[in-house]
Design a protein around this ligand. Structure first.
Ligand code: GDP
Length: 430
């Protein structure tokens, strides 16, 4: 007896580096000798503590046995938990190689799971994007994609389209009877319009996942020398922007991602807003400032003089920050936030405001880019206007094409290359 599946593969499932334990996954048609060497009953779903002898040293490992088909891949699988040191992991890799196993390609476990009907392509992508997500917002927004809520909606659209297709095919058999056909084409168009409304709703509700989607942008704006670059640096706790006494030194928009307890906020330090400048480069910088400000989620308008009036165009969603409070406080009537980039006073509060912004969900939902594109393509095909004598035939073909696009979301693909392209984007060990 030997394990079930394709050629045996292995990969580290946990992140490389030092940790209490490292998890190495093994899947495929595992040699019978491996089970006997490990003293594991191949068909017993259980866990075992085993001393693995690497020649020069021994590591005590926990070995989990998942007999096929009750495993992630649907093949015979082992999970070996060694101690979390890359030196031990690489010894374990050599140990497995000597026993005829090879290191897995990126996404190979998930590809096998898909080929064994354990997960749909849709779910596989959901898992992969869940791992890639960089903010909690992204995880929340991916939830209906990952949990299969969206997949149910798409299934329902496919079955609605199939019902129309049945109607159409029946009509094709009676296409001699003109009058019947005419009323029927109206009914069919109506059913298709209903599907279009649903597809349109999905496309409006779901945006394609990109690395930066949902990342909140914070923009620092203010007159020259009020201390924007200094606040920027204080926030980042590192020297990124140029700090200088000469007005207008920050000519470009400096972008930096700020990790805030798991969330990321982009900060832009913009060129000073002077009403008069003859410097062409600085003028360009000011153009960028206004543009960056217009699309910001949070605008921080920095002043160092309480008398300064915030320009009308920045009033809307901006937080006024009075800087240099180490030199003197603003009057009690000042309703904004007072900080000192120099002493650090108020910087924590400012970070807190950003953190609140970063964790507020926009309610937008996400899907993989591929799924979004397929939904768009299906919508385009069904939207095609069909008139004339061939209405039934052409509409039937459009429905078949649209259904194909939708089915490909699940992985109804016969093209191995496309499949590989999708899974190659996964991380190793997944
Ligand atoms: P920006 O043009 O708005 O980016 O201003 P900078 O960050 O380049 O700062 C202009 C000047 O103000 C520099 O000399 C800074 O050292 C100084 N400065 C910035 N923040 C503070 C602060 O909180 N207190 C004091 N005393 N000086 C500051």
């Amino acid at each position: 007896m030997a394990g079930k599946g394709l050629d045996p593969i292995f990969a580290q499932g946990s992140a490389p580096g030092r940790s209490a334990i490292a998890v190495i996954r093994v899947s495929g048609k595992l040699p019978a000798s491996l089970y006997s060497e490990l003293k594991i009953n191949e068909s017993k779903r259980s866990f075992f503590l085993r001393e693995l002898d690497f020649g020069n040293f021994v590591d005590s490992c926990l070995v989990l046995n998942f007999p096929a088909p009750n495993s992630y891949t649907g093949e015979s699988m082992l999970e070996i938990h060694s101690h979390g040191n890359q030196l031990i992991v690489s010894e374990l890799f050599r140990w497995l190689e000597k026993r005829g196993l090879r290191e897995a390609e990126a996404g190979e476990f998930s590809k096998r799971a898909f080929l064994n009907n354990k997960i749909s392509l849709f779910q596989a992508e959901g898992i992969s994007l869940g791992i890639e997500a960089e903010t909690k917002d992204q995880l929340i927004a991916l939830d209906s994609f990952r949990s299969g809520v969206l997949s149910k909606k798409i299934e329902s659209i496919i079955s609605q389209l199939n019902a129309v297709l049945v109607e159409l095919e029946a009509q094709l058999d009676f296409s001699d009877e003109e009058s019947v056909a005419e009323t029927k084409s109206d009914v069919i168009q109506k059913s298709l319009n209903a599907v279009l409304v649903e597809l349109d709703g999905l496309l409006k509700n779901y945006a394609p996942y990109e690395k930066n989607s949902l990342k909140k942008r914070v923009v620092l704006v203010g007159r020259p020398n009020v201390g924007k670059s200094s606040i920027f640096n204080a926030l980042l706790d590192e020297e990124v922007a140029i700090v200088s006494k000469v007005a207008g030194t920050t000519r470009d928009v400096v972008r930096k991602v700020l990790p805030l307890s798991g969330f990321e906020v982009e900060i832009e330090d913009t060129a000073g807003l002077r009403s008069e400048t003859n410097d062409e480069i600085e003028k360009t910088g000011m153009g960028l400032t206004v543009k960056a400000a217009a699309s910001a989620d949070l605008l921080i308008y920095v002043i160092d003089n309480a008398k300064e009036v915030v320009p009308e165009k920045f009033k809307d969603h901006s937080l006024v920050v009075f800087n240099k409070c180490d030199l003197g406080s603003p009057p009690p009537s000042f309703s904004g936030l007072k900080v000192s980039a120099k002493s650090g006073e108020g910087i924590d509060l400012l970070l807190e405001k950003m953190r609140n912004l970063a964790t507020s969900s926009s309610g937008q939902k996400l899907v993989s880019e591929r799924t979004h594109k397929k939904l768009e393509d299906a919508m385009k095909i069904i939207s095609k206007k069909v008139v004339g004598a061939d209405f039934f035939e052409l509409t039937a073909q459009n429905i078949r094409d649209a259904n194909q696009e939708l089915k490909e979301i699940y992985g109804d693909l016969d093209n191995e290359k496309i499949l590989d392209q999708i899974f190659n984007n996964f991380c190793i060990g997944k």
